[in-house]
Design a protein around this ligand. Structure first.
Ligand SMILES: Cc1cc2nc3c(=O)[nH]c(=O)nc-3n(C[C@H](O)[C@H](O)[C@H](O)COP(=O)(O)OP(=O)(O)OC[C@H]3O[C@@H](n4cnc5c(N)ncnc54)[C@H](O)[C@@H]3O)c2cc1C
Length: 347
């Protein structure tokens, strides 16, 4: 069997690795000079079991086991053990989802010894996810690069056709036929999927994460704080003395049409104001990470198929990568379309 994976982000590479493990002949098309350069760029992400839905909590637990297998194979720690804290208006819903999924968690008050946050005033109540921690993206990239060596083709796929029981991919490297194609091209998925009659949400938005210095030897927990309806924050330690804050603003401020510059300015203003008011960090931005996201999807993923071509889309996918790789590789081989609730039940 011959499979094409379009996109060498963390999802495409994880799937390529899982296909190779099944003995499948696979070509992973990646247009950038190196894999994991777009939405999967940077050196860190948050891993957490905590989600708003019990299915996503269960799926994250399966993904954590997958990271564990990668850790054993690479003999490298891929996820830190700081834990993750959730505070703000969504906290009770996430706590209920953790309880329904049977995941270890604790709801504590702000005075608890269990909280280690760079907060000027601790939240009145918070959910503790002890399994959460910082994903070492550089180490994941190194592991997946090793596993997929020889299967990644530096080329841009620009056209697809479902033909004669298989699919043809036209790319900057020429034309090739495959038995199955997976579209895992992040922001590039929707235009390719549309060519073969698959709808994936086409809207794009801008997202920027900012890093602040702080002076403390403490290992802070990852922190998801929603201080108001206007701002949600995803925060974690990116290294000794550096704290990253990604802000989720009113979607109108970061919509694609607003433009990268205006969206970056709005994000910087909101995150800086939040840092000044709420965080015990120096209110000085020392680094930033920009990416193109798909608005309104929140956490989680979806799969869509037409004939031999399968597309995956979603947001905050890094933490699910080992699970997605396995599920997508199996679907490429058996021609099925996984449904998210079934995935949660079957694993
Ligand atoms: C600042 C920031 C913070 C985040 N925080 C978290 C977090 O804490 N936890 C979490 O789980 N997730 C987080 N995410 C989201 C997560 O990183 C992404 O969901 C995940 O990396 C997406 O991976 P992907 O493989 O789907 O997409 P991508 O990494 O974008 O990969 C798609 C690849 O396809 C290639 N491509 C596109 N079109 C074509 C084409 N036509 N031909 C060939 N190649 C093509 C691109 O070059 C790209 O490399 C964050 C993202 C950002 C940017």
């Amino acid at each position: 069997m011959r499979v094409a994976v379009v996109g060498g982000g963390v999802v495409g590479l994880s799937t390529t690795a899982a296909l190779l493990q099944r003995g499948v002949d696979v070509v992973c098309y990646e247009q950038a000079g190196e894999p994991m350069a777009q939405r999967s760029a940077g050196s860190s992400r948050i891993f957490r079991l905590a989600h708003a839905l019990p299915d996503l909590v269960r799926l994250a637990a399966v993904a954590r086991a997958g990271f564990g297998r990668w850790e054993s194979a690479s003999r490298t720690s891929l996820i830190g053990r700081s834990g993750c804290v959730i505070s703000g208006e969504q906290m009770p819903v996430w706590a209920a989802a953790m309880a329904a999924a049977g995941a270890a968690h604790e709801v504590v008050d702000g005075a608890s010894d269990g909280l280690r946050l760079p907060a000027r005033t601790p939240p009145s109540e918070a959910l503790l996810d002890p399994v959460g921690g910082v994903i070492d993206v550089d180490a994941v990239r190194a592991h997946l690069t090793e596993l997929t060596r020889g299967a990644v083709l530096r080329a841009q796929a620009y056209a697809l056709e479902d033909s004669r029981g298989g699919a043809t991919v036209w790319s900057s490297a020429g034309e090739a036929r495959f038995d199955a194609v997976l579209l895992a091209a992040g922001a590039g998925t929707s235009p390719l999927a549309a060519q073969v009659g698959i709808y994936t949400p086409p809207a794009l938005a801008h997202h920027v994460r900012f890093t602040f210095p702080f002076d403390s030897p403490v290992a802070w927990q990852c922190w998801i704080d929603t201080p108001s309806t206007d701002l949600g924050t995803y925060q974690h330690q990116t290294g000794p003395g550096s704290w990253a804050v990604g802000g989720h603003l009113d979607p109108a401020l970061t919509a694609w049409e607003v433009g990268r510059e205006a969206a970056t300015t709005a994000s910087r203003d909101a995150v800086l104001a939040y840092a000044r008011r709420h965080l015990a960090v120096e209110p000085r931005i020392v680094d930033s990470l920009y990416c193109v996201t798909t608005p309104d999807l929140g956490d989680g993923f979806e799969f869509r198929r037409n004939g031999p071509i399968l597309a995956v889309y979603g947001e905050n996918l890094f933490k699910f990568a080992p699970l997605l790789g396995d599920v997508l590789a199996a679907a490429c081989v058996d021609g099925s379309t996984p449904a998210v609730p079934d995935v949660a039940l079957n694993y």
